[in-house]
Design a protein around this ligand. Sequence first.
Ligand SMILES: Nc1ncnc2c1ncn2[C@@H]1O[C@H](COP(=O)(O)OP(=O)(O)OP(=O)(O)O)[C@@H](O)[C@H]1O
Length: 235
Amino acid sequence: MAPGPAGDVAVAAGVRRVFGPAVVLDAVDLTIARGEVVALLGASGSGKSTLLRVLAGLDEEATGTYRTEGATAVVFQEHRLLPWKRVGANVALGVRGGDLPARVREALTEVGLAERAGAWPAELSGGQAQRVAFARALVRRPDLLLLDEPFGALDALTRLRMQGLFGRLREHHGFAALLVTHDVDEALLLADRVLILDAGRITENREVPLPRPRAADAPGFAAERRALLGLLNVH
Ligand SMILES: Nc1ncnc2c1ncn2[C@@H]1O[C@H](COP(=O)(O)OP(=O)(O)OP(=O)(O)O)[C@@H](O)[C@H]1O
């Protein structure tokens, strides 16, 4: 595919993915600009994870055109740490380059786990393990983070803390992100723009008009939540 306008870190056009007779992605078009956080909402089974996997290069059966620019990293709902490797080794996995130990330390420090590099994954809480998953993404210095419900398995308090951490990391690093989520509030707290996937297409593309820092009790938030729920047919 020809390079898109400078500044886009992901571009997809006419992406189609079928599983047997089921057309999960029909014709998906999207762009993500450098530094932009885009939330992807849609009913269960609408194909959000499928689209994320296509963009991550994990699905070779999709047709259409799509590309990402620069370094990408993926964080899933489950931490996917290797249980037989210590935390530091998990963060370093698959990464090469100068001064990797220092980069691993830095990434673990950024997620508040500098002291746990020598721990085993089984010794961590769910929230800590997910922080390590973010450190493993950060150490790649991503231009684009692909996030598939990364806070979905966490308890409500831990989820709020992790959303705050994500906001700070994003401010510091300026990465772009595609955030697959079920949670309308999460989309409104974190994203610059919200996409809705329905019947295999992006049916809504909506800027989030709320100033930062965002809070669920800020003026305008409730109205925006209602609007999004309406678009998702939740009344
Ligand atoms: N490997 C596969 N083989 C067959 N069908 C699949 C496969 N992967 C996904 N599907 C189907 O594609 C559809 C979309 O799945 P996907 O996981 O992308 O949806 P989703 O929007 O992420 O759902 P959820 O919000 O519940 O996680 C579903 O009907 C699912 O059964």
